[in-house]
Design a protein around this ligand. Structure first.
Ligand code: CA
Length: 229
């Protein structure tokens, strides 16, 4: 999942960046409203964390511009403005949630998770598919209650494939949602991670292929259920 942090206060921007990275999100940071809109135009984000007091273009105007073209993009306003009027304006303009500074990072992360769940119309924090369970709150994957030891990137790839389990996801789409925008599309970093993930999964299911690679199209997850009783 890829998140854009729009924040002009550098210490806060860095704290958000580091905190969200720690939870396994891909994160881009924009320093002002103008840069935010540029980034949104060229990248695919799953959610935006948006400050209101911003240089060049104010947060509310950024939100208005987003809503003119994209009704679905999840936006969480993070603001020091505690006036109830500001909160109402933000929500009326189309923000999906609002959090006042100062805040607890854990609360921010929980709210982002809730926003992303709404996007994918999930009721539960745990996605179950055959014998696999992906716990989006704990960020872990289990096969029949046995945890699969994954890196953050591997987990993020698998979570994205599970959320989109009814279709084939292209490598480009995975990279867009799982890596920060600086990644070189032609680097073999993606291949290394997905191959390692496929190998680890196979080890848990007797060598069966869980992630199918459809050549030239992309990747999809296959349902696995152990038939042995
Ligand atoms: Ca600010």
């Amino acid at each position: 999942m890829k998140i854009l942090v729009v924040e002009d206060e550098m210490s806060m921007q860095r704290a958000l960046y580091n905190g969200l990275k720690k939870y396994g999100y891909a994160v881009d940071s924009a320093n002002d409203g103008e840069q935010a809109l540029e980034f949104i135009e060229i990248n695919s984000y799953d959610a935006i964390v948006l400050d209101l007091n911003l240089p060049k273009i104010d947060g509310i105007d950024v939100l208005k511009a987003i809503r003119r073209t994209d009704k679905e993009l999840r936006v969480l306003i993070l603001s020091a403005r505690t006036e109830v009027e500001d909160k109402i304006t933000g929500l009326d303009t189309g923000a999906n949630d609002y959090l006042s500074k100062p805040f607890h990072f854990k609360e921010l992360e929980a709210r982002i998770r809730a926003l992303l769940r709404r996007e994918f119309a999930q009721r539960d924090t745990v996605l179950a598919f055959g014998d696999f369970k992906v716990d989006t709150a704990q960020k872990c994957v289990k096969v029949k209650d046995q945890e699969v030891d994954l890196t953050k990137k591997e987990y993020a790839i698998l979570e994205y494939l599970f959320i989109n389990k009814d279709r084939i996801v292209s490598a480009e789409e995975l990279i867009e949602h799982i890596w920060d925008s600086e990644i070189d599309m032609f680097s073999n970093s993606f291949k290394v991670h997905i191959n390692s993930l496929r190998k680890k999964l196979a080890e848990h299911v007797g060598g069966k292929e869980i992630i199918k690679n459809t050549r030239g199209v992309g990747y999809s997850v296959k349902e696995y259920t152990d038939e042995r009783v």
